[in-house]
Write a new protein. Sequence first.
Lengths: 807, 146
Amino acid sequence: MWCPMGWFPSPPVVIGSDPGAQGYVPRSDECGAAPMGCAQPVGGRMVDEVIQEFLLETRENLDLLDNELVCMEEVGADKDLLDGVFRSVHTIKGTCGFLELTRMERVSHVGEGLLSKLRDGQLEVSTEVVDGLLAMGDALREMLDACEQTGTDGDKDYADLVERLAALRDGGAPAAAETAGTDEVVSEGDAYGRGIALLFGEATEEPVSPAPEALSSPVESESASEAEPSPPSGTTKKADNIRVDVALLDKLMNLVGELVLARNQVLQVADGLGQDSAFAATSQRLNHITMELQEGVMKTRMQPINNIWGKFPRMVRHLASICGKNVRIEMEGQETELDRTILEAIKDPLTHIIRNSVDHGIESPEERGRLGKSPDGLLRLRAYHESGQVNMEIVDDGRGIDVRRVRDKAIENGLISAEEATRLGERELMQLVFSPGFSTAAQVTNVSGRGVGMDVVKTHIERVGGTVDIQSEPGIGTTLRIKIPLTLAIIPTLIVSSGAQRFAVPQVSLVELVSLDGPSAIGQIEHIHGAPVYRLRGNLLPLVYLNDVLGLKGQTSRQRVQEASLAGEGLTINLVVLQAYEQQFGLVVDEILDTAEIVVKPLGALLKEMSAYSGATILGDGRVALILDVLGIAHASHVLAEHRSPNRPADEDTSAGEGEVTQLLLVGCGGERRVAISLENISRLEEFDAADFEEVGRGDRVIQYRGSILPIMDLALELGLPHTPLEPHVPISVLVYQQDGHHVGIAVDEIVDVVEENLVLHRRRGGGGVLLGSAVIGGLVTDVVDMERLVAQSSTDLYQSHIAELA
Amino acid sequence: MHSSDQFCTFRVDDLYLGIAVTQVQEVLRYQEMTPVPKAPGAVHGLINLRGQIVPAIDLRTCLGLVARAEDAPSMNVVIRMEEGCCSLLVDAIGDVVDVAAESFETPPQNLNAAARGLIRGVYKLDDSLLLILDVEATLALDLVLA
């Protein structure tokens, strides 16, 4: 017995009165309510499978149809395009007929007729025509959904739509007889058609539509050769692909994950047995095979981003028409592949971003005309792979976002204070649009709401380990950049140890490793306002002690490091430099062990709230290790400056203001006063105990420092400001200033901050003395000290320094 | 309550406890655990259960009892839940017992406050009292104990 799924080894079932029929003839009068049109079901499961196959294929065809129609509207009556669209609808119609989905067949039949006219050039491709055909697609989708639920094509009567399409069809030529349908034979390149042709020999499908089609007998003897030559592309496309259940792929992925773990364990055993053992060779083979298998399976989960992008042209067209705008969409890199789960996760955020662009970003044609822009807005989507991540850009040439309005709105909504706002750079201000409770859209529209939801967009993207960034220029446009990791399940990591426990650090966040050795190692850690930092090639890197974050008893906790420092012990300090958003920081760990590719296992409901860990894994020796969550640790250690990133290199300043950009050290001095000193000649920031100061000469204070004698100068005293006597056992902040081989320690009240400023100096009329002038820093008038002058004029005698220079 | 119930029994300190067999996936001897720093107090660590990572909850902590001695290993009662598995750390594993529904009573008064919240009731057996553990409550409580 033949069924669309293939031949079955059961005896042919003869139904109906046609003695010549090989098998089964679908006759509407017999089939009645049976949804499949099979009077005798081959088996419940078989029926289901056919319907599933039908739903899947038709939905795909309808999606394709959407894009082809939108393309057609833009490009005009292109022969190939029209052929393609016609074939899609024709296939759908045929299949519906075979499955007795009469309403669907009726709708698609009328659409098909319309397309036939278009294809023959008897009708123009107009907006109404495209709208009508799109509506047909939607109606068919609705009926497909009904079919999925109930097995029939639903109760809705699409008479209006049929009329509309018929009117469009008949509009351009004398009313064609609806007999057009009878000439078609369902035997195009689709499986059903061919099967039926085989089945009936020369019989034709019986159009079941009740429309006044002249149809004499159920079985006509039109020869199958009347069929249109089936385009070879229709079949060959299917032959290269295979449909696989997604659950099966997930299962394969899990199994490969287990295999990776087992492979890790095997490698560990092999290591123990030595390089030459037979086992070592076999385990290497296993290693290679596993790697390739892993790659292959990961590829099966990869889908081109076009799977989501494909829906956008139609969506943009629809949105644009609602908003009364013209928007063109261009896509580059549609074949860029992403893991399935990530694709699912970013679908909604992308949709939202595009809605925002069309609704709020791109201006109306009139406004664009006034601004001298082209009347059509342009939305460009771009995707590409780079260093293990997928980069996506969404660019519009609309009105852009005015960063000043962002700032004002943020202040208005209480997100930041006015004072904080002045200290933010443009980029940081722009990122405020991602804060919850933010909005700059003037009106609520029902397309994208009030333009809110950018915080939701950010959350969704971050949930899959991605980042999103926004840049805009008022009047020019807006660019959103999204970066997402390629896969989540198996990741390369660095294994570190702290407190006798091993942890995995994802390499995607890893920037570099720094090892500080020897007795001077500890000395290289400086403190600003109590927070430990390390100067890495000129940039100040905030430090986080893993032992302290997790409460472990390891050798490199902050306390332990300080103890070692005071005792003059040597301690190796391992810094893992990590990247959290725009900020880098150094994670201090006891030991750096090895790199390893691990399978990420979720922590489970009980522990998923823990911000320090993003999962767990099983290491080569079978023990469990926690995976550190870099962002979580950064947040918990307050390393992510909300507003300031002390990590910015000095040349990133975008505004070309007057004055130069200098790094200044802001210190508190003489009580309330603030004074700024150029960071240039300051080699160290130290904290001393006044009890360690010794007196020499005529009351000069010095301290033994790193093998040399460091004279101490009291800044307040030197500047003639009120100064408090230095008390023992209270830590005193001292700046170690160096010049021409001389060092001097400058005692201040407190170290406030390091700032980067366009230094605009206002010089005093009477000459500044030791002051270079005053400048507005952080909103306050601050004196800028000329350290050279100060030191030169000071009565403090300087010693020739033996202090070793730091590299 | 059904006419006859089966319970998986075990001992924690001097308490004799039971959980319905349908909730128990398996029982294991001592398993090496990886501690989770900063986790809620009752989470003793994570176990590798045939490739699956399962948290181990120390029942002594949940029930407000004194901690186990250093050299006394714990046994694992692995509970099956919707979202995955979880292991309860106990001192010793007992038999699977059948109890008659009629012998079910409310918990006795001489339990400490923490334990009383986690015991659904008791079955009076010939020579002992079987306390029935409320698994959901035990795991919910755990999240609060930070």
